[in-house]
Write a protein that binds this ligand. Structure first.
Ligand code: MN
Length: 285
């Protein structure tokens, strides 16, 4: 199932080139009062929401995908987690390019650990990326995004995929510079998630997906998730060895070679096997 959030926080079921409006399925999500439990309520109740979507879909009004405004399919993650240098091809280019490393030694993911991006940086593809420091290099990083299904801590890699709700395309946008990585990657709109959530049952082999990012029609990044240094189960094991993950938490799994700058007016297009196509505009903030 492909589930999107569109327009004014409506819920959509994506089928082909159409979006079925199944917003009424959200009625099954319990109303809460303060303090809300940590995590994304849609994902926490996903099994029940899916049953409702199935019930509503045959009579749901349809829209063309091209006519809706796609927002981040996850609204309230407690964390957006990033994986530094998790493709060897990107490690090699980072070591060779002073515009990426800024005089800092490029270490391995074992040495760096994971990092966090502010949840407030999260946007959907139709919102686009608003560049904040246009005199500096702002890079795209295309990544497979893993969405966590339930509260989980200290899970082994053998069990880790049982805690995955689904997948989406992530853009870990980055302003290059000497500041801490989390600071540079947390600018508003520098975490793009979309175009929709593809539930885990639709992707049997998340560790073998082709993907490609182009800017204004020119291919910049092209790889396969089989090239991950820490694969998805190991990333989840690693993350949960340090902290608890909650429903809707997002792991951006790392980027391959080909990262490069974008500027005002550029259009990024990502094609991701089994997920789909995502188009994201870039503008000066
Ligand atoms: Mn990244």
């Amino acid at each position: 199932m492909k589930i999107c959030r569109f327009d004014n926080d409506r819920l959509g079921l994506v089928e082909g080139e159409s979006v079925l409006d199944v917003t009424a399925a959200l009625d099954i999500v319990p109303a809460v009062r303060w303090p809300a439990p940590p995590g994304d309520a849609l994902i926490a109740n996903l099994d029940n929401v899916r049953d409702e979507i199935d019930r509503l879909a045959p009579n749901a009004p349809a829209r063309d995908i091209a006519d809706v405004r796609l927002l981040s399919p996850i609204a309230n993650p407690t964390k957006v987690i990033g994986a530094p240098v998790n493709y060897s091809t990107h490690a090699d280019e980072a070591k060779a390019d002073t515009g990426i490393h800024h005089g800092q030694k490029i270490k391995s993911i074992d040495e760096y650990g994971l990092f966090l991006k502010a949840s407030s940086a999260l946007v959907g593809p139709s919102e686009g990326v608003a560049l904040r420091f246009t005199d500096r290099r702002n890079d795209h990083e295309v990544e497979l995004a893993v969405i966590i299904s339930r509260t989980v801590e200290k899970i082994s890699r053998g069990q880790a995929l049982s805690a995955v709700a689904g997948y989406a395309i992530g853009l870990d946008m980055t302003v290059r510079g000497s500041e801490d990585r989390s600071f540079r990657k947390s600018i508003d709109s520098y975490a793009v998630l979309g175009p929709w959530l593809v539930t885990a049952d639709e992707i049997n082999e998340p560790g073998n997906l082709d993907f490609e990012l182009s800017v204004n029609g020119e291919t910049r990044q092209k790889s396969n998730t089989s090239q991950l240094i820490y694969d998805i189960p190991r990333l989840i094991e690693y993350a949960t060895s340090f902290y608890t993950l909650h429903p809707g938490d997002i792991i951006m799994t790392g980027t391959p070679a080909g990262v490069g700058p974008v500027s005002d007016g550029d259009v990024m297009v990502v094609e991701f096997e089994r997920i789909g196509r995502m188009e994201v505009g870039v503008r000066a903030a």
